[in-house]
Design a protein around this ligand. Structure first.
Ligand SMILES: [Zn+2]
Length: 485
């Protein structure tokens, strides 16, 4: 598809990813719940932006640009979701340690060096998305990398940040923000501009996504925001915002490169600007604003230095999550197919499954038992999935152990589970009317003698008919195979 010579164009690109963390459902500097709400807010307040002049006294490009717009900001929220901290009327509490732990784990998985002492900073923001006029951010790690098939891409920085308020609507000079999102913990990952072509950018984005999704992060639309910085021919850098749709990712970058190349062909310099990815079928972008100057940062004087101790890092390492991609290949080696592994992730049973594989060798059956049986049984008995699922998971280990000792057969398991769900004890339920396997073998031998010369399949049918589900198909198959040898 692409005939663009990225090397000749001196294509340079880096990614910046913002991912919300799931830190026990709480915000970064207060205990307000980190959930978005769309019902009527309880309160709203109006504020004007105070443009903060930089240390040198000048107001940067972005600040000027925004200030010229003379906006009023309206912030609304719910009492249970936002406290005085979101309204910038009370100093922040200490950093949510769960959020810090998740951020450190992400940094470790990206081979970063963790900073033992970090200063929480205020980053000036002028668009009204923070009630205070700044966003709190803390650099916790640097100098990592992510491997791609085209070489390493450096990770420059990893910051733990508070998310901004959520824009609801613009009405004339007024911009309406919801406070629900303000303060949700985020990590910001910035790669070095090491990326050499769109394919590598995509691979890098997917790798980072894999790392993030292996950790405790929020899921769903709006929980991850991805920007791509692009320059060609040593021209100015352009930032493409909203690049989290992987379907339009490659084409959007290509289009941007073509746009910049066209400018260059016309001897027009590329403006340093931020563009918005539209993620439409044509993969277009549109101008959003001029590129802001370097972030203006001031120390957050309301909070002490953030110390990340050796012990804390060791604790993070101790339960460092495995990468999703590693789990897929681990389970594939055990003999489980991709569909089932996906289901394990979906039903949040990866660790349960791994533990259960110690009890019984047929991993496919284990997966079926914990992923599919609960649904089937809840449907059959007209009980809630959650209730049935809990019972199945509670008894899975014992049942598999009995299966492994051949006290029951695979074919019995669903009935056993049904009995347990219906209130029988595990012991009673396991006591299925089941033929002793030696008795079964005798019977099968008898059938083979009576009707010699049939196929294995034909014997299978006869035997299964004889025992009417009291023995497992697998066991019968094994015996028939043995006897016919
Ligand atoms: Zn709060």
């Amino acid at each position: 598809m692409s005939e663009i010579d990225y090397k000749k164009l001196k294509f340079k690109s880096g990614l910046e990813i913002h991912q919300q963390l799931d830190a026990n459902g709480k915000k970064l500097f207060c205990d307000c719940p980190a959930v978005l709400r769309n019902d009527e807010p309880d309160f709203s307040v109006e504020r004007k932006l105070h443009v903060v002049a930089g240390e040198s006294g000048e107001v940067d490009v972005a600040a000027k640009y925004q200030a010229s717009l003379k906006k009023t900001f309206v912030y609304s929220g719910h009492k249970e979701n936002s406290c005085l901290i979101e309204l910038d009327e009370e100093p922040p509490h200490e950093v949510n340690s769960e959020a810090l732990k998740i951020a450190v784990q992400i940094a470790l998985l990206l081979n970063c060096k963790i900073l033992p002492i970090a200063q929480i900073m205020r980053k000036t923001v002028v668009d009204g998305s923070n009630t205070s006029g700044f966003q709190r951010t803390v650099l916790i790690a640097r100098d990592g990398y992510v491997e791609t098939s085209q070489g390493k891409v450096g990770i420059d920085t990893i910051c733990l940040e508070e998310d901004s308020a959520r824009k609801i609507k613009i009405d004339g000079n007024k911009i309406y923000w919801s406070l629900d999102r303000l303060g949700i913990p985020l990590v910001e990952i910035a790669t070095a501009p090491d990326i050499k072509n769109p394919e590598q950018a995509k691979e890098c984005a997917l790798k980072l996504g894999d790392v993030l999704r292996s950790c405790k992060v929020k899921r769903g639309i709006g929980t991850i925001r991805q920007d791509v910085n692009i320059s060609i021919l040593d021209e100015n850098r352009v930032e493409l915002k909203g690049m989290q749709d992987m379907k339009t990712f490659l084409k959007t970058i290509e289009n941007e490169v073509l746009r910049q190349k066209e400018l260059s062909d016309k001897k027009t310099p590329t403006e340093a600007e931020v563009r918005n990815a539209l993620n439409d079928k044509d993969c277009r972008t549109e101008f959003l604003r001029p590129m802001p100057g370097a972030d203006r940062m001031y120390p957050e004087t309301d909070l002490p230095l953030l110390k990340i101790s050796r012990d804390f890092i060791n604790e993070c390492k101790k339960d460092l999550p495995k990468l999703r991609s590693e789990i897929f290949s681990e389970f594939e080696k055990k003999g489980l197919n991709e569909e089932m592994t996906k289901l394990l992730f979906k039903q949040n049973k990866v660790d349960d499954f791994r533990n259960l594989t110690g009890f019984y060798r047929d991993v496919g059956f284990i997966a079926k038992m914990i992923l599919l049986f609960p649904k089937e049984i809840s449907k059959k008995l007209n009980k809630s999935f959650g209730e049935v699922d809990e019972i199945v998971m509670d008894n899975a280990g014992d049942i598999l152990r009995n299966l492994d000792k051949r006290k029951i057969s695979e074919g019995d398991i669903k009935d056993v589970l049904v009995k347990i769900v219906n209130g029988e004890s595990l012991k009673d339920a396991l006591n299925v009317e089941k033929k002793d396997l030696s008795e079964v073998e005798e019977k099968i031998l008898k059938i083979i003698k009576e009707k010699p010369g049939l196929s294995e399949k034909a014997y299978m049918g006869l035997v299964m008919g004889e025992f009417k589900g009291q023995v497992g198909g697998k066991e019968v198959m094994g015996i028939i195979g043995k006897l016919l040898k």
